[in-house]
Design a protein around this ligand. Structure first.
Ligand code: BGC
Length: 699
């Protein structure tokens, strides 16, 4: 390859006509060969048979940048919803489906695999990620990546690392010690990397321990490439490259989305830097080699994309895939007085709010997928990015009307008095409450916006048979919880979400989602009751967050450590069936611990349960009293019983030692606990483990 060809591979363009460029002079031109209104483009080298890299967002489907003519595609439920399925097969199937749509839309790089751990429930991008636990997030995201790449395209894993809030995301400096980092977010990324083998890793906007993620040699070169053995390439987030020499020498391999950065750092400046010896020729060769390695390894060369053939997409089949993801992700949080499933004897049902007559909500920002048939509701967010506030045309109301004989009336909920009046005379009331979140904006608190808490309280006071269906980006508080009969968390349920919600409400589908994140009782319980940084300041500011406050004790671990009672614990979720867990045994096996137990469906209703194993050292020494050590989701017919086995990843029994770069299991007794959430643990057994040292990969 010529020097010019190598340089060409490491410089990416924004593939949208960036008219928003400030200053009047357009310094950026739409790249020839790019696909319109998409995230990125890197020209290929026809002389060598190397195709273009056509990059599209994101983790729930093929997104389009804000445009009057978006491509219309299938959207999965939010990433957090898929994590709530606790089902790696569902994550794989969803990934395979969106990767197929990416491929048939002409893209060969999908900017998916979002998985920063949920340290901050107000983070506006939690919906793109996989929750608070490293094992769950790693397994779910790893399987999604594997599914995407089964289409012979590259998937990223992002945003590496610690991009857990949007406030001041471009400048925020997160301080975290090595052990805490390795036992939390980096463990999640490591597990996802091992399962999914992403061709590319996208470094984040924020700084970590004083250095931008995209020029952080500890994260990029030491941990990712040297310790884990990552052979693919690191691409920057759009606008996350800040230098030429520091970034290249720290491990950034490809600058993305030129137009967002202050300067085209990996263009002429990189050529100069190599000429002058500030960046070695060997390093440039390595950068180009890594990009090519991923393209060859993931099949982009042997099985090239064939352009935009979206008219061949099997939208009906894909609708079934997103619907089953949503159906398994919906979490039944409360169900009293036998309110759910809805009875066929109810004569009148009032559905209130959330545009439930038209559709279901989705999360905003670069990951926005536009649905077939267009948005169900005119945009209610006139402020530009991360809008539009997009509702997908899959109406829960229509889904209910098709299934129930009751007379169902819809009231929009904007006028509380009118809603209360409609609710009063009805056999059952279902309130749909929405919380729109989006990239670049954190939520101010955990309350439902726009007076919806007051609306629900008023409705519940007027009618004792009130069901609340939540469509939220992440955890919310529920000041009205004791007054309502039933609550379903449906997240952002995707382009077939209305059907999924209707099927769960009517009992056609038995709910089986479990919470992938703790729902706090209030923000005062969080490590940071107030988010660090000032949303009004960015650019030149250098705000800090001390992630060592909680370290690796994220979510339920923090709540355990501090003895706090959340509103709903991690792992929690009800079913229309009843299950019992019993006969727990655990024994050391090889470098790990193997666990066996029985699970029975004691009810007359077929259903799925998520059995969870937690591990805890009797003499302490971890970041928190216990960790999730494993989980299995199983479907059981009425009265069916199953015997299940699982093995605990030894890293989840160890602490990381930075000096020897190894994982160390301390000799001692360990409690192994079995349950259906992090705070309902029935059986416990104690196992003695000998001291062990495992290498950096946990082997
Ligand atoms: C986001 C990335 C995304 C990129 C390209 C950025 O704003 O942080 O997640 O992949 O844009 O659209």
């Amino acid at each position: 390859m010529t020097q010019a060809e190598k340089l060409q591979l490491v410089f990416g363009y924004f593939s949208t006509d960036a008219k928003w460029q400030s200053g009047g002079t357009k310094r950026f031109a739409f790249p020839q060969g790019g696909l319109p209104d998409s995230a990125g483009f890197v020209p290929g080298i026809p002389r060598l048979g190397i195709p273009n890299q056509w990059e599209t967002d994101a983790g729930v489907g093929v997104a389009t940048q804000r445009s009057p003519t978006p491509r219309e595609r299938t959207a999965l439920p939010s990433g957090l919803a898929t994590a709530a399925t606790f089902n790696p097969d569902i994550a794989f199937a969803g990934g395979a489906m969106i990767g197929n749509e990416a491929r048939l839309s002409g893209f060969n790089v999908q900017l998916a695999g979002g998985m920063d751990l949920l340290r901050e429930p107000r983070n506006g991008r939690n919906f793109e990620y996989s929750g608070e636990d490293p094992l769950l997030a790693g397994v779910i995201t790893g399987n999604e990546i594997k599914g995407i790449q089964s289409n012979h395209i590259v998937s990223t894993m992002k945003h590496y690392a610690f991009n857990a809030q949007e406030t001041n995301r471009n400048t925020m400096d997160h301080k975290i010690g090595e052990q805490a980092a390795m036992q939390s977010d980096l463990l999640a990324f490591q597990i996802a990397y091992e399962i999914g083998s992403p061709g590319s890793v996208m470094c984040a906007y924020n700084r970590v321990n004083g250095h931008y993620s995209c020029e952080n040699s500890w994260l990029l070169t030491d941990v990712l490439k040297t310790d884990w053995g990552f052979k693919g390439y690191v691409m920057s987030d759009w606008g996350a490259t800040h230098s030429t020499v520091a970034a290249a020498n720290s491990g950034l391999d490809q600058e993305s989305g030129w137009a967002f950065d202050e300067s085209p750092y990996f263009h002429d400046a990189l050529k100069e830097a190599v000429n002058n010896g500030y960046v070695s020729q060997a390093r440039l060769d390595d950068m180009a080699h890594r990009v090519l390695w991923a393209m060859f390894d993931k099949g982009l060369i042997d099985d090239p994309v064939k352009g935009d053939v979206a008219n061949t997409i099997d939208f009906a089949g894909h609708g079934r895939i997103t619907q089953s993801d949503s159906e398994e992700s919906i979490v039944l949080l409360k169900n009293e007085k036998g309110l759910l499933p809805l009875t066929r004897t109810a004569k009148t049902i009032t559905v209130i709010g959330g545009h439930a007559d038209k559709g279901v909500l989705s999360g905003g920002g670069s990951s926005q997928v536009y649905p077939i048939g267009g948005l169900a509701v005119p945009d209610e967010f006139p402020g530009g990015f991360p809008g539009p506030k997009a509702f997908y045309p899959s109406s829960p109301l229509k889904g209910l009307s098709a299934r129930l004989p009751a007379k169902i009336t819809y009231v929009d909920g904007k006028d509380i008095k009118a809603a209360v009046k409609a609710a009063r005379g009805s056999d059952i009331v279902i309130v749909f409450a929405t919380q729109w979140t989006g990239e670049s904006l954190d939520t101010p608190d955990l309350n439902l916006p726009d007076g919806q808490d007051a609306l629900i309280s008023a409705i519940a006071k007027a009618n004792g048979h009130t069901v609340v269906v939540l469509e939220t980006g992440g955890p919310v508080v529920m000041p009205w919880l004791s007054k309502v009969g039933a609550v379903l968390e449906s997240w952002y349920p995707g382009t077939s979400g209305g059907e999924a919600i209707a099927r769960v409400l009517t009992g056609e589908v038995n709910p089986s989602g479990h919470l992938p994140a703790t729902f706090p009782a209030s923000v005062s319980q969080l490590p940071r009751p107030v988010i660090d940084g000032d949303p009004k300041l960015d650019g030149d500011s250098h705000p800090h967050t001390d992630y060592d406050v909680e370290g690796a004790a994220i979510g339920y671990k923090w709540f355990d450590l501090k003895g706090l009672k959340p509103l709903f614990p991690f792992g929690y979720g009800l079913s229309y069936s009843q299950f019992t867990l019993s006969q727990l045994t655990a024994k050391p096996s090889g470098r790990s611990l193997s666990v066996a137990f029985d699970i029975s469906n004691t009810s007359a209703t077929e259903g799925k349960e998520v059995a969870q194993i937690y591990v805890s050292p009797v003499s302490g020494g971890w970041e928190a009293p216990k960790r999730l050590g494993g989980f299995i989701k199983v479907n059981l017919k009425p009265k069916e019983k199953a015997h299940l086995n699982l093995t605990v990843d030894p890293r989840l029994l160890a602490t990381f030692d930075g000096v020897s770069k190894s994982w160390k299991i301390s000799a001692g007794d360990y409690k192994v606990m079995l349950g259906s959430s992090s705070d309902s643990l029935g059986s416990t057994v104690t196992v003695h483990l000998d001291a062990q040292t495992l290498d950096i990969k946990g082997q």
